[in-house]
Design a protein around this ligand. Structure first.
Ligand code: GAL
Length: 678
């Protein structure tokens, strides 16, 4: 195996995007590289969808055009993140291997003419991806333009679960390995219910469409199996590349926008985390979802700098209403990613496609050409990022962690839950948002990881919680941590079976409370809570009947099905505190709860003007305060040092124009200084 580098040999913050020049002639290529120089582009991803033009028939390769392209880019000072094109196998592949087609839960065989991998369990597909990844690596391992490898594209999208015969056979093998024998499987899946007891492995299948709800434990295992198969495909390609090439290898995640892959596991297999993020246009505050994605990308990689592999210069083309970004928004989005740990800002794609499914998607060079607002902003952003090169390698520190557990989300998303209002995405955003508004930096964390670095851990939606992970959270509290748990948490174990002892039982030692009965509300109904010193707090959707075993009631239900019963509780356990909230508090009410929790955790939110995002990256000798003003008017705030984008001095205060951005370097000297605010 070749020794490899963990980070591409790039200096400063990288800038560029997906480059798909096979759509144009050589005259356009020459214009492209000249414009890349003008915009300060120094990194492009190439070849991601080029399989059909590289391997013309099985084993017959044409590398001439790619040789020419890489040479041209190198001659112009543009480095290459070389893709393996395995997200879109050629027509000949499906003609030769019809059984490699993906089959959906209802038996539909997926056709050609789009994109999306073949069956992740197909032997022919696995052989083909290793062949092409190996051939590319062998040829380009020493090409001076190639600084990184980009395997596949967004695993799990658009193809995740596959119900083809090869996939079902592989699922059976995976289950045998997991459970050993049928007794183990029958127990884990609770097959005694609805008469599903298995007596022969040959009868065990994938959770295909059925007359009613399919066994949830089977569904959850099929989800895990799908994730495992996708990861095996990545590992096979990665290892085929690594046999020849030393550059770092990655694949592009979709942090909080795809839920098929468990990124905690995946992040351990890539050399660098790379993420794609697209604003959800219907969300008037899409920048909050963006911040969540960026924080998650950093967190799954253990805090290391990461690569923003794709975002858009303006509108996308696949949402119901594709809203163009407003002037300055692209730079604000980019700086938020950078502030939250990205060391590369890349786009989909360099030049807008004239043909094909994505011709209405924005690009760095739009259809309107270089006489456009988007192009001018692309050139400006390139110049801004050049001035931020010294930020590369600095890290974001957080005192607060929000738990994020893909397995729990997969389980919670299954059918027949006690209320349609139980939505983990909504709860994560509900808790993230007030901290974002308060300027408190957040990491995401897995419930099984070491949490001792955090003053506060929030579990907004931890429906599935293994007893081992519950013990980890309990130890965190015992050792002095503050834990805030929201309703519908610690309900089931890893087989989606209700915990022995009832709802919430594994966290009872830490929280001093458990749930006797769920008391969900009708659509539109609300309840009021009495919280001493407050004027009645509002909540809706969900309430519970709590059984106290040591906790004190901080707030009680005034009305609703739980009238007179505790609603919010606090428990001293060991050296720490466990809080529990059994209802969906409205924004102001949640602020009251968080204020009390911050006081326990010793967290002081920084003083920030509304609508200004502030994140600190800590370098060896300096802190970099990244400021993004989402307001229309200018904001004044406290900052000392040098503003890097203008070179101006910030002598204690700084004015950030409406819609503008700023990055202030504060020198700390070699001894280091205080930890930045939260
Ligand atoms: C991403 C994908 C790109 C492109 C982009 C814009 O999810 O990786 O290939 O499709 O979306 O729609």
């Amino acid at each position: 195996m070749t020794q490899h580098h963990p980070w591409p040999e790039l200096r400063g913050i990288a800038y560029g995007g997906d480059y798909n020049p096979e759509q144009w002639g050589r005259d356009v290529w020459r214009e492209d590289v000249a414009l890349m120089r003008e915009a300060g582009v120094d990194l492009v991803s190439v070849g991601i969808f080029s399989w059909a033009l590289i391997e013309l028939r099985e084993g017959e390769f044409d590398f001439d055009w790619l040789d020419e392209l890489l040479d041209l880019l190198h001659a112009n000072g543009v480095s290459v993140d070389l893709g393996t094109p395995t997200a879109s196998p050629p027509a000949w592949f499906f003609a030769d291997h019809p059984d490699a087609r993906v089959i959906t839960a209802d038996g539909t065989v997926m056709g050609f003419g789009s994109r999306g991998m073949a069956s992740h369990s197909s032997t022919a597909y696995r052989e083909a991806i290793v062949r092409i990844a190996g051939a590319l690596a062998e040829r380009y391992a020493d090409h001076p333009a190639v600084v990184m490898w980009h395997v596949h594209n967004e695993y799990g999208v658009p193809v995740g679960e596959d119900f083809s015969p090869q996939s079902v056979a592989a699922f059976r093998e995976w289950l045998r390995e997991r459970y050993g024998d049928l007794d183990g499987l029958n127990r884990a899946w609770g097959t005694a219910f609805w008469g599903q007891h298995y007596t022969d492995w040959a009868h065990v299948g994938a959770p295909a469409a059925a007359p009613s709800v399919v066994n949830p434990a089977q569904r959850l295992d099929f989800h895990r199996f799908t994730d495992h198969q996708l990861l095996q495909c990545f590992i096979a390609e990665r290892d085929a590349i690594r046999a020849h090439a030393a550059q770092p290898i990655t694949t592009n995640f979709m942090a909080n926008q795809s839920w098929t892959t468990d990124l905690w596991t995946w992040a351990r297999e890539v050399d660098i985390v790379a993420d794609d993020h697209y604003l959800w246009a219907a969300d008037p505050e899409g920048e909050i979802g963006l911040a969540i994605a960026a924080d998650l990308s950093r967190s799954v990689g253990g805090g290391a700098p990461w690569i923003l592999m794709e975002h858009s210069t303006s509108a996308v083309n696949w949402q119901p209403r594709n809203i163009a970004k407003r002037p300055g928004e692209m730079a604000r989005n980019s700086l938020t990613h950078l502030g939250r740990g990205a060391d590369a800002i890349l786009f989909f794609q360099w030049r807008a496609s004239r043909s094909g499914a994505e011709k209405f998607h924005s690009a760095m060079i739009p259809h309107a050409g270089t006489g456009s607002r988007v192009w001018r902003e692309v050139v400006e952003l390139g110049a801004m990022l050049d001035r931020l090169d010294e930020v590369q390698g600095s890290r974001v520190l957080a005192d607060v962690a929000i738990l994020w557990d893909f397995e729990s989300f997969w389980a919670q998303d299954l059918e027949w839950r006690p209320s349609v209002e139980l939505d983990h995405r909504e709860r994560i955003r509900a808790f993230y948002e007030p901290l974002w508004r308060a300027g408190i930096t957040i990491d995401f964390a897995h419930p099984g990881q070491d949490l001792s670095a955090y003053k506060l851990v929030i579990a907004p939606a931890q429906y599935l919680l293994s007893t081992a992970d519950a013990a980890n959270l309990t130890r965190y509290v015992e050792a002095g941590g503050t834990l805030l748990v929201s309703f519908f948490s610690a309900i089931v174990d890893e087989h989606d079976a209700v915990h022995a002892g009832g709802f919430g039982a594994p966290l009872e030692p830490a929280l001093g409370v458990r749930v006797e009965e769920f008391l969900p509300l009708r659509e539109g109904d609300g309840v009021t809570l009495e919280w001493p010193g407050e004027n009645g707090l509002a909540a809706d959707a969900w309430t519970e009947d709590l059984v106290m075993s040591g906790a004190e009631a901080i707030a009680t239900y005034v009305d609703g099905p739980g009238a007179g019963r505790p609603a919010v509780t606090r428990n001293r356990h060991g050296a720490g505190t466990g809080w529990y909230v059994s209802t969906r508090l409205h924004g102001d009410a949640l602020d009251v709860l968080l204020g009390a929790v911050y006081a326990d955790a010793g967290i002081e939110p920084p003083a920030l003007p509304d609508g200004v995002e502030a994140i600190t990256r800590r370098g060896d000798d300096a802190d970099y305060l990244v400021l993004v003003n989402h307001r229309e008017d200018a904001a004044e705030l406290a900052a000392s040092g040098t503003e890097l984008l203008t070179g101006a001095d910030a002598p204690g205060t700084l004015r950030v124009p409406g819609g503008g951005v700023a990055v202030v370097r504060t020198d700390r000297g070699r001894e280091g200084g205080d930890r930045p605010d939260s």
